[in-house]
Design a protein around this ligand. Structure first.
Ligand SMILES: [Zn+2]
Length: 283
């Protein structure tokens, strides 16, 4: 509607224009009322706790009550946390069972019910729990594929009775103190869980000796065993926590998720990871 066109219009036309203007005004008033009502309703939704939608919009500025503007930094999704209670650390059948000089197996004559022969080269015929056996096969195969060298099992599952023979033999040659530094007392050996293997080079080189850690075999295992769910259980710098001298040949199966978590967080002993007391001696 242009201003100049009003001049010279007839009374009839002016009346009609007045009616149109009045009607238009009514429409505007109704629209404004509807808009205010609508915005108020939407406002309640937007202000509800936990609603993440941004509240700023071009049509709401005039009627919305003031409220804190949304944070410029989006809230980051919480990092997935590792479930430290996914498995028991007390149950001897758990792949996370923690056995040390303060934590004997319960019962002390525990025997795993899923032992299998491990189909790998060996110095003594190895048995392990089914899951750990499969992991050893994968570990040995990857080692040979990546290095061209070969590993063998030196010792795997040991029964309570077998552990008694080894321990008594060590006492005879090393004395009680020496035996306790190298061999677990019966009922406190990880080998009795069916989850632990002593690994040596094939052909033998520094078998069951600290110098195994300097061989390409020992070095590869120290770096890569976690990929297959194994933990180098007795590190050189944790003798006061584990109660055992450095054993670069002794690997404990704990499953890939826990082995990966410990690798990624740089925690090298089960005692530290689970917040358990150091176990330097039988107490
Ligand atoms: Zn061992």
């Amino acid at each position: 509607m242009s201003e100049p066109s009003r001049r010279g219009a007839s009374p009839r036309v002016r009346r009609r224009r007045a009616l149109v203007a009045a009607g238009g005004l009514l429409v505007i008033v109704l629209l404004a009322a509807a808009a205010i009502h609508g915005l108020t309703g939407r406002d309640a939704t937007l202000a509800a706790p936990g609603h993440r939608t941004s509240s700023s919009g071009p049509s709401t500025a005039a009627t919305e009550p003031p409220r804190p503007s949304p944070s410029a930094t989006p809230v980051a999704a919480p990092a997935p946390t590792f479930d430290r209670e996914a498995h028991s650390i007390d149950d001897p059948n758990s792949i996370w069972v923690v056995v040390d000089k303060l934590r004997p197996l319960t019962p002390t004559d525990y025997i795993p019910n899923d032992l299998v022969e491990v189909p790998v080269a060996f110095a003594n015929p190895p048995a392990l729990r089914h899951e750990a056996s499969g992991a050893v096969v994968a570990l040995f195969a990857a080692f040979t594929a990546e290095t061209g060298l070969a590993l063998q099992s030196q010792s795997a599952y040991r029964s309570f009775e077998a552990q008694t023979r080894v321990y008594n033999g060590d006492i005879a040659t090393l004395g009680q103190t020496g035996a306790d530094l190298s061999t677990a007392r019966p009922g406190t050996s990880e080998h009795q869980t069916g989850l632990t293997i002593d690994i040596s080079a094939q052909p033998g080189q520094c078998s069951l000796s600290a110098c195994f850690g300097d061989t390409p075999h020992g070095q590869w295992l120290a770096v890569n065993a976690w990929r297959f769910g194994f933990l180098l259980r007795y590190p050189a710098d944790k003798v006061e926590i584990t109660g055992y001298e450095f054993e670069p040949w002794h690997f404990r199966y704990i499953g890939i998720p826990l082995a990966t978590e410990m690798h990624d967080t740089g925690v090298s002993t089960l005692e530290e990871f689970f917040g358990l007391p150091a176990a330097p001696s039988y107490g």
